[in-house]
Design a protein around this ligand. Structure first.
Ligand code: B12
Length: 471
């Protein structure tokens, strides 16, 4: 079968770190690899670059079109893309999958989509493609929401979680034409690598553990080493919780070292309490890159705040983690959550914490009930009428305690205290000095776009223009 896999443009990256990150569609590359190993023909089109869906459909004449949906904020764009594909090729079977699609398929159940995969794709997608090819029953394909003449039905779940070793390496060649466009912060081009999937914790705002029932799976050391060896110099590790399994992480660091891996930059995401327990492990990993950044879920400046998010770690963990990581020359990026129900004093507490521990490289997102979480179900009555593109963690989804105008003044002030404020401690020249001359236009463009986050009026204008008419 001829399969076209599409990564839609997310549509909404006016706020947040969108301009700083553009990462390859790794999930689609694993699907590409799985399908090719069964003899199917695969094209991946990343619609964040030209041309658009219509051109790709006309160019490839697909039997099946798979659309990736990682983030809830993309739901409407995914439906629009499906509609566009349907218009150009009414015969193609249209399938959607990816984290947000699996976590909350209800948002995508419409006439222009034929099926939604509600689990990982490496196993399910080849079964579905073969069933379509043979004309056999699709309701026997596992892990689907399927559109039928009688409405949407759910098929049986997979008997076991798909092993990450089922498909050892992604088909990266399918996106190589876009490589120079993939970037993270100062690093360009960038490669996304996954060594493990899932998280055993239960933070209230996160949909990952809820989708995977707190399970964690790991790729084999050999596959990960091969992936690191064949990717380029700047690596973003997609794992939900890096360094989760100490014995395996140590073995992996040693195997990478034996293979002679040394990267210009690696970024991983992990928890503060894990760093506190993992100083030895972190020592083993640090020599694998010139610059090594950690994205830490800092979330709150107080134990009360962390408890309220079911974080399972305290402020002492944050402070210790930052100290340990810095002593080993890791860069600390991170994120704090800003609650719409905050008082003025809560903002001041956050600013003082950021100042005291020099956390100006952290980002700040608005606490958002993401579909696929219990938090979303609890808040759903207050979310009526919200457009999906507002679920980017930079929009207010209900009236904040301080009123929208005051909230955005304080939220913008929070961002003004970060290194992204070019009128603050790190001016534009300091950024420019960190990149190659050829990247200067890129960094200027990105920084110029991010300055919007320091301006309360910009948020307020956006809020008034995009909120549901009933609020
Ligand atoms: C990399 C990443 C990003 C990248 C973008 C990646 C890209 N290619 O576009 C960046 C850094 C830009 C990013 C940004 C954000 N992200 Co993000 N991101 C991730 C992360 C860490 C990894 C995704 C990944 O590649 N995994 C590895 C691949 C191999 O797995 P996979 O994508 O799940 O693919 C498998 C299946 O899903 C399925 N599948 C995938 N695609 C398809 C397609 C079809 C057709 C089918 C059938 C199946 C299928 O099969 C694949 C193989 O098994 C996930 C965490 C996660 N666990 O999903 C968060 C995650 C998706 N992000 C999240 C969030 C919240 C955000 C932000 C809003 C955060 C912020 N602070 O601003 C922004 C949004 C930016 C914007 N405006 O668009 C949430 C989404 C929650 C939700 N319910 O919406 C997640 C789940 C993180 C979390 N723990 O909460 N993100």
């Amino acid at each position: 079968m001829n399969v076209l896999l599409l990564r839609p443009h997310p549509g909404n990256d006016r706020f947040g770190l969108g301009p700083f990150f553009c990462v390859e569609p790794l999930g689609l590359e694993y699907l590409g690899s799985a399908l090719r190993s069964r003899g199917h023909q695969v094209t991946i089109a990343d619609l964040r670059f030209r041309p658009g869906a219509t051109t790709w459909v006309k160019r490839t004449h697909p039997d099946i079109v798979g659309i990736g949906c990682l983030h809830s904020l993309e739901f409407d764009r995914v439906i629009e893309t499906a509609r566009e594909v349907r218009r150009v090729n009414p015969r193609a079977f249209i399938l959607v999958g990816g984290h947000a699609a699996a976590a909350y398929p209800a948002a995508l159940e419409c006439d222009d989509i034929d099926a939604i995969v509600v689990d990982d794709g490496e196993e399910v997608v080849p079964i579905l493609v073969e069933a379509i090819q043979k004309g056999s029953r699709l309701d026997e394909v596992p892990a689907l929401r399927l559109r039928t003449a009688d409405g949407w039905i759910k098929t049986s779940p997979l008997l076991e979680r798909t092993s990450l070793d089922r498909i050892p390496l992604p088909a990266r060649d399918l996106v190589e034409r876009h490589r120079s466009g993939y970037h993270c912060l100062l690093f360009k081009p960038v490669w996304l690598i996954e060594t493990a999937r899932g998280c055993p914790h239960h933070c209230s705002f996160c949909s990952v553990w809820q989708l995977y029932d707190r399970s964690c799976r790991e790729r084999s050391i050999e596959a990960v080493v091969e992936d690191f060896a064949t990717c380029g110099d700047s690596i973003f590790v997609a794992d939900d919780l890096f360094w989760y399994n100490p014995a395996r992480s140590l073995e992996l660091a040693q195997a990478l070292k034996r293979r002679g891996i040394f990267k210009r930059w690696i970024l991983v995401q992990t928890r503060t309490d894990l760093i506190r327990k993992s100083a030895d492990l972190m020592e083993a990993w640090r020599p694998l890159a010139k610059d090594f950044d950690i994205f830490l879920g800092l979330e709150s400046a107080s134990d009360k705040g962390l408890d309220g998010l079911d974080k399972g770690a305290g402020v002492e963990d944050s402070i210790e983690a930052v100290t340990i990581a810095r002593s080993l020359r890791y860069g600390i990026n991170g994120n704090f959550l800003v609650d719409p129900d905050w008082e003025e004093a809560d903002f001041h507490e956050l600013w003082n914490f950021v100042e005291q521990y020099s956390l100006q490289r952290a980002g700040f997102t608005i606490l958002t009930p993401l579909p696929g979480t219990d938090f979303y179900n609890e808040k759903s009555a207050r979310l009526a009428g919200q457009q999906w593109s507002n679920f980017d963690m930079h929009h207010l989804l209900w009236e904040p305690k301080l009123g929208a105008e005051r909230f955005f003044q304080l939220y913008a002030e929070t961002w003004r205290r970060s290194i992204l404020n070019t009128a603050g401690d790190k001016g534009i020249m300091a950024w420019i000095r960190q990149v190659r001359p050829s990247q200067i236009p890129y960094i200027i463009r990105v920084l110029w776009r991010t300055q919007r986050m320091m301006k309360p009026a910009e948020y307020l204008r956006e809020h008034l223009a995009t909120r549901p008419s009933t609020t």
